[in-house]
Design a protein around this ligand. Structure first.
Ligand code: ZN
Length: 320
């Protein structure tokens, strides 16, 4: 049997054909997420049909379609509840109906960071574990949590998902969520240009260098000894570490898995964060392991198979 997993990223949409925990085939297309989800659905539909055709998969070999979505999702009804600058029309769209109409298949939708967590838990760095936290540091910062072998959802579907909005500095920069001083506002790619512009200790020369405005460039420059890049990269790693200490105190995991674009520099980031968190987290019995994502960009798509069968209270299809 096969499952289709869609990952609605802010920049790219990824669609994977999954079978027995493997990605059989994948399609990637530009997202144009600010233009909304409705405008994107015909392209997604074509891409899915193309994937099925290419791989000679018949409709009766499919268990369903899942969508990893960058917002808060009502997983009981597979509907977006709240968005934040990406696919802002999604709350109005009946995706279950869209899926039924086009393929007569079950549909399941969840928050993207939570689905990435499920992917890593079932097929990646968290395999076989009962307690884990995943932190995805990309354009924004997302998290997902598994406690005692269960994915965390909560009353309003947001438990474990809002780790990017844990407050680091209550007097800090205004965040896109409306709060101030969130992890995301102080240390994500989305805010990086603002962080550099407003930083009181960075040199004017550094501020004017447009080519240094991605985390990868900043980490590369830091490794050559550039003082500004060193200061900035250490501050961001300190913020990520502070966030991880809070996740450890809140959720008591066996491991913390870090994913997202910044892990291109994992050889610098992982040792730094391990040392910092090792010193600061209150774990009297055993240190929490901090590891890199194994599945990388595929984590949310890989969750498709597990989620369509086990998604929280899923839908009428789960027990069918
Ligand atoms: Zn926030």
């Amino acid at each position: 049997m096969y499952t289709i997993g869609i990952d609605m990223g802010g920049t790219w949409v990824k669609i994977g054909l999954i079978s027995s925990g493997e990605i059989m085939d994948v399609t990637i297309m530009p997202a144009y997420s600010s233009e909304g989800l409705k405008a994107k659905l015909p392209d997604i539909q074509n891409a899915i049909d193309q994937l099925l055709l290419q791989n000679k998969v018949q409709q009766n070999q499919l268990t369903g379609i899942t969508m990893a979505f960058p917002g808060i999702v009502d997983t009981n009804n597979s509907r977006a509840l709240s968005t934040n600058g990406k696919y802002d029309d999604a709350c109005e769209i009946d995706l279950k109906g869209w899926c039924m109409e086009n393929w007569n298949l079950p549909f399941y939708m969840d928050n993207d960071a939570r689905m990435a967590t499920i992917g890593e838990w079932k097929y990646g760095a968290g395999r076989g574990l009962e307690n884990m936290v995943m932190m995805t540091i990309g354009t924004g910062i997302g998290t997902g949590v598994v406690i005692d072998g269960r994915v965390l959802y909560g009353e309003h579907f947001q438990a474990g998902s809002l780790g990017g909005h844990f407050v680091i500095d209550y007097k800090g920069r205004k965040c896109s969520c409306g709060n101030v001083g969130c992890v995301e506002a102080l240390s994500s790619s989305f805010f990086l240009k603002t962080i550099i512009k407003e930083h009181p200790a960075l040199s004017d020369e550094f501020k004017s260098g447009n080519d240094r405005h991605t985390f990868k460039d900043i980490f590369t420059l830091a490794s050559t000894g550039n003082k500004d890049a060193l200061l900035l990269s250490r501050e961001c790693m300190d913020i990520w570490s502070a966030a991880i200490v809070s996740y450890i105190h809140a959720y008591d995991p066996q491991i913390v898995v870090i994913g997202g674009g910044v892990m291109k520099s994992e050889n610098i980031i992982l040792p730094y964060i391990r040392e910092k968190v090792g010193k600061l987290a209150w774990c009297p019995t055993e240190k929490v392991r901090i590891v890199a994502s194994v599945l990388g960009d595929n984590a949310a798509v890989m969750a498709a198979e597990y989620s369509i069968l086990n998604g929280r209270k899923n839908n009428e299809y789960a027990s069918a």
